[in-house]
Design a protein around this ligand. Structure first.
Ligand code: ADP
Ligand code: GLC
Length: 495
């Protein structure tokens, strides 16, 4: 953690739509779930405000009433306080908004039509708690809003004239929470502030833009993405607002970490444990070579694949345009013909699902595809894989390449966003000076991925070099300590 001693009683309210291990569709949940413990080391006490999706109140056990709102966007609501998995949670129980089948945002692939109002309500409660506190007198010194779902919290506090500092974090600028201007009233937003300098985004209301305009500071999840967000290619129309914040010194690129307690190959209950040589001895863990080989065998069997001559690549991802699934479909046949194998876990876009299932049908002994969401299987994939493939078109941070590093699945990634910041390409120079940890695509294209896979396959054929590369990755610093200290410093500077 940071070296300066801190007062021990600072409080941050984190407002988010997902939080691991309770509810997760992607990396946002991992980050929201891991930050509180990481921040605690720097003297910051966190409470996480989260919708009480179905079943969630039952899962957390005992709760107490922390806050009541008789009229929250069309119905009564209560915030229940709970402690679960080391987290202090504030669960927004508002059945008219959150008691729905499906995931947090959709059912059967269709988004809920009132998503803007559902998460405006979450943001409104964030405002209320910041203004008046919870039943036990807890009030935050800082409010931390994650993504568009919490983007209206800084705005509501701004309109309330509150002095409580707010931080808006962009996990992915592609999702903005857009809704028609006819909803302004319903969302409790002032019509007079509907213009391009504040709430308006090309004729509509943008919850993310609201947060970016009104928060006291803006962060995003890697230094490279912070830079990319200021340009047209990656800014998704918000590059102007973001550049303005950067020019005032109010944009911070803080790299995500991973929860090293949950993601530890030496102590992971989902895998055959193993530890990097020379690291702390763990009684039950084997050395890396033995451990990886064991987990690889388990995975090949599970996916019904033959033992490949080349590397076993794994993919764990949402199946969307962002993640470059079409690049995989273009590059994988050549990789499989050259002796590689691939195991994929993902769900999302039906066209991507079909494409991957076709690949599996064409290469039944070398390609295995599981459509769905399966947390334990994701751990087995990182543990059993020689490579983890992340050919994203853009990637604000990306966690799967970091899980790959930690588990000795060497990452093959696009040189963008957090992927660029966490993986060092294995070129002649970096192999010689001992800094390489993975492979960068030679361009965000199918051929770019194919040539990176060729380089990986070649190096894999040299067991000594390969073991060196893999173990270096396993030792890369991917934990939270440095970045949590940066958040703590930022929060402190705002108080
Ligand atoms: P994003 O948040 O854009 O989806 P990240 O790499 O930041 O990408 O985080 C993805 C997280 O979701 C990782 O923890 C990854 O292991 C997990 N994940 C993605 N798809 C699946 C799946 N189908 N089953 C289990 N875990 C998944
Ligand atoms: C978003 C981004 C991903 C990032 C995650 C956590 O989902 O797409 O790159 O790792 O948020 O910040």
């Amino acid at each position: 953690m940071s070296e300066s001693p801190r007062p021990s009683s600072r409080r941050v309210l984190s407002v988010a739509s997902e939080c691991a291990p309770l509810v997760k569709t992607g990396g946002l949940a991992d980050v929201v779930g891991a930050l509180p413990a990481a921040l605690a080391a720097g003297g910051w006490e966190s409470r996480v405000l989260l919708p009480a999706y179905p079943g969630l109140l039952q899962r957390v056990g005992a709760t107490t009433s922390a806050f009541v709102d008789d009229d929250l966007f069309g119905g009564p609501a209560e915030v229940r306080r709970a402690r679960h998995a080391g987290l202090d949670l504030l669960l927004l129980d508002a059945p008219h908004l959150f008691d729905r089948t499906g995931g947090p945002y959709e059912v059967d692939g269709r988004e809920h039509p009132d998503n803007a109002a559902r998460f405006a309500a979450l943001s409104w409660v964030g405002r209320s708690i910041a203004l008046t506190g919870t039943d036990d007198g807890w009030r935050p010194d800082v409010v931390h809003a994650h993504d568009w779902q919490a983007g209206l919290t800084p705005s509501y506090l701004h309109y309330a004239g509150s002095a409580v500092p707010t931080v808006q974090t962009i996990h992915n600028v592609a999702f903005q929470g857009l809704v028609g201007a006819d909803q302004l009233d319903r969302l409790r937003l002032p019509v007079w502030d509907f213009h391009p300098e504040a709430l308006e985004y090309y004729g509509r209301v943008s919850a993310l833009k609201a947060g970016l305009v009104h928060a006291h500071a803006v962060t995003t999840v890697s230094p490279t993405y912070a830079q990319e967000l200021t340009g047209e290619e990656f800014g998704f129309g918000l590059e102007g607002v973001i550049t303005a914040r950067r020019d005032r010194g109010e944009l911070h690129g803080i790299l995500n970490g991973i929860d090293e307690n949950v993601w530890d190959p030496a102590a992971d209950p989902h895998v055959r444990p193993y530890a990097a040589d020379g690291s702390l001895p763990v009684a039950t863990a084997s050395d890396v070579a033995t451990g990886k080989a064991r987990n690889r065998r388990v995975l090949l069997r599970e996916f019904g694949l033959d033992k490949p001559a080349g590397p076993l690549a794994v993919v764990v991802t949402r199946l969307t345009h962002q993640k470059g699934i079409d690049l995989l479909l273009e590059a994988l046949p050549g990789f499989l013909r050259a002796g590689g194998a691939v195991a994929v876990l993902g769900s999302g876009d039906p066209a991507c699902e079909r494409g991957l299932l076709d690949l599996e049908a064409r290469f039944p002994r070398a390609a295995g595809v599981r459509i769905g969401y399966d947390e334990p299987l994701s751990h087995r994939l990182y543990a059993g894989g020689d490579l983890v493939l992340v050919p994203s078109r853009f990637e604000p941070c990306g966690l799967t390449q970091m899980y790959g590093l930690r588990y000795g699945a060497v990452p093959v990634v696009t040189a963008t966003g957090g992927l660029r910041d966490t993986v060092v390409d294995a070129g002649a120079q970096t192999l010689a000076d001992g800094t390489a940890t993975g492979f960068h695509l030679d361009g965000t294209t199918g051929p770019g991925l194919a040539s990176a896979l060729e380089r990986a396959t070649q190096l894999y054929a040299d067991p000594v070099e390969w073991a060196r590369l893999r173990e270096r990755g396993m030792r890369s610093p991917v934990g939270w300590s440095t970045s949590a200290a940066r958040y703590a410093d930022l929060f402190e500077s705002l108080v």
